[in-house]
Design a protein around this ligand. Structure first.
Ligand code: FES
Ligand SMILES: [Fe+2]
Length: 390
């Protein structure tokens, strides 16, 4: 991010701190609680957002070298992603062309040959069918027509995108609008994968996303965890057509502001949080990225699965001044996001499911949630959320 943009954002945070203000969307919106419980809505979301649109499956660091592979099955389609012998990111249906058994069951690793466990048909990182055991007994088929089914795949700004439809198109610039230049400037394509975690929780996927969308709750819900290191109820917000960016306010800003603006670092005094519509949140620390991909359960609106992946700046991986080991970092992240945010939001889910509470409210100081839910509604052909009469 250019230094003048970093200065603009840090100045905005300092202004809010000094004037005791936060962002002001001007209105309070109300969101029907059945957005989190309705089965028909869940089916519509599944089809619109997860079956027909490109999906973010990881970062470049998930496929660190030629021959690396990654498997995913977050939206019902089993994916095998590879970095082929030329370094190109490829994606395939993880299904053998003989009778459909998945050819790779590990989540990640390095392998240039994928042998189906059923009858040992074997494929390359490029998806080619390279071996059929006892081919003379099996019968004559053209191997060149029986490679793995390839899906459109694009790697851009350090993000791996796959389209679930073999005939689909990926417009990476549009999908990553607003995020790409920042990711590029920070070299996210070089960040190293460190580990992952999974939170399977009794809350709608949008309630999980919502918890990342404001800092109004820091002084209460995160009183003993985040609040000692963040100023709550202070943040920047910029949005594009579907995506947006927040800058949360670290308490390190109190010391950083005393230094010349030319030395300001938005990742030291602030904490950028990027939303990739509809289901991915990037939490950007000073030397790390924590990516949360949230998936619905299309049969159960009150359940979601968050896939959490951690990446470190490769230049800082061995830095002894970094606090704790990756494992300690994962445990801390889970103790806050899973055990505080998601635990609280699962109580919202219960209220929504009671049928007794018609609306949830998004305050003037929660503009991120206004933008997220109105974008979501627009994509589903729904009218914008109603404002509360003032
Ligand atoms: S199903 Fe894969 S080799 Fe038979
Ligand atoms: Fe939170």
């Amino acid at each position: 991010m250019k230094q003048d943009e970093q200065i603009r954002l840090v100045r905005q945070l300092i202004h809010q701190l000094d004037t005791g203000t936060n962002l002001d969307a001007g209105v309070v919106l109300r969101n029907p609680a059945n957005a989190y419980t309705c089965r028909d809505r869940a089916a519509q979301e599944w089809e619109t957002f997860f079956q027909k649109q490109p999906q973010m499956v990881g970062m470049s660091g998930d496929l660190p070298e030629n021959g690396s592979f990654l498997t995913r099955e977050d939206w019902g389609v089993k994916i095998l992603a590879t970095r082929d012998k030329h370094g190109k990111f490829r994606a395939f249906l993880n299904g053998c062309r003989h009778r459909g058994v998945q050819v790779e069951s590990a989540e990640r690793g390095k392998r240039t040959r994928f042998m189906c466990p059923f009858h040992a048909w074997t494929y390359s990182s490029e998806g080619e069918l390279v071996a059929i055991p006892k081919a003379d007994h099996f019968g004559n088929i053209d191997k060149s027509c029986h490679g793995l089914i390839e899906l459109p795949a694009v790697e851009k700004y350090g993000v791996l995108l796959v389209h679930p439809d073999p005939g689909g198109e990926i417009d990476a610039e549009r999908l990553l609008e607003g995020l790409g230049p920042d990711f590029d400037s920070w070299g996210f394509q070089d960040y190293s994968y460190v580990g992952s975690d999974v939170y399977d929780m009794p809350l709608n996927w949008k309630l999980a996303i919502d918890t990342f969308g404001e800092t109004y709750h820091f002084s209460s819900l995160h009183k003993n965890t985040l609040f000692p290191i963040f100023h709550g109820n202070v943040q920047c917000f910029d949005h594009w057509e579907r995506n947006h960016r927040m800058i949360l306010c670290m308490r390190d800003i109190d010391e950083m502001r005393e230094r010349p603006e030319s030395e300001w670092n938005v990742r030291e005094g602030g904490f950028p949080v990027y939303y990739l519509f509809p289901n991915v949140v990037f939490n950007v620390g000073r030397h790390s990225i924590t990516v949360v991909r949230v998936y619905p359960d299309p049969q159960t609106p009150g359940r979601s699965v968050s896939q959490v992946s951690f990446y470190y700046d490769p230049n800082e991986l061995g830095n002894p001044t970094l606090a704790g080991t990756p494992q300690q970092f994962f445990e801390t992240f889970a103790s806050i996001i899973r055990d505080e945010d998601y635990a609280a939001a699962s109580l919202s889910q219960k209220s929504a499911e009671s049928g007794l509470q018609d609306w949830f409210l998004f305050g003037r100081n929660e503009p991120t949630l206004h933008h997220y839910h109105n974008t979501y509604r627009r994509e589903l052909g729904l009218p914008p959320l109603e404002a509360m009469p003032s």
